[in-house]
Design a protein around this ligand. Structure first.
Ligand code: HEM
Length: 134
């Protein structure tokens, strides 16, 4: 065992603070349950099976928040705006996406400051993904 020097603050990543992989799996699973029922969003997803898309998004978020870098090992640099270019992300798609995400975030029962950090990021990222109709 390594000795931790006196006075050292052991920093936990956000990923660890909110419960690690299990929490991100719950978040994205709930989100995709909403997408599966959504008349605007569901047709945008190219694959019949939403499972692989759920896995990609889960791994991306885990990596973003300080967890394992499995996403980039498989997919390379995220380049999210570029990867969304084939899809029409207009205001309506943005709003629907965030609505399902809000429901998913709420379902986690996180501490208020964690919830706020996560939500701030998601709203910012969603706004930056809009590529049509503005
Ligand atoms: C604003 C509304 C958004 C819409 C309508 C949307 C829609 C989509 C669609 C249709 C795909 C393709 C599914 C697949 O095959 O993987 C996708 C992929 C993905 N999206 Fe979004 N998205 C939105 C916002 C976001 C945001 C805000 C993030 C990040 C915080 C994000 C992260 C991802 C990731 C990581 C992938 C998989 C990329 C890959 O490795 O191919 N999306 N999105």
């Amino acid at each position: 065992m390594n000795k931790i020097p006196r006075g050292t603050v052991q920093e936990q990543t956000f990923y660890e603070q909110v419960g690690g992989e299990e929490t991100f799996r719950r978040l994205v699973h709930r989100f995709y349950q909403g997408v599966a029922e959504d008349p605007l969003l569901r047709p945008m997803y190219p694959e019949e099976d939403l499972g692989p898309a759920e896995e990609r998004f889960t791994l991306f978020l885990m990596q973003y928040w300080g967890g394992p870098r499995t996403y980039s090992e498989g997919r390379g640099h995220p380049r999210l705006r570029m990867r969304h270019a084939p899809f029409t992300v207009d205001r309506a798609a943005h709003d629907a996406w965030l609505r399902h995400m809000r429901d998913a975030v709420d379902s986690l029962g996180l501490a208020e400051d964690h919830q706020e950090q996560l939500w701030n990021y998601l709203t910012y990222a969603a706004a930056s993904m809009i590529n049509a109709g503005e």
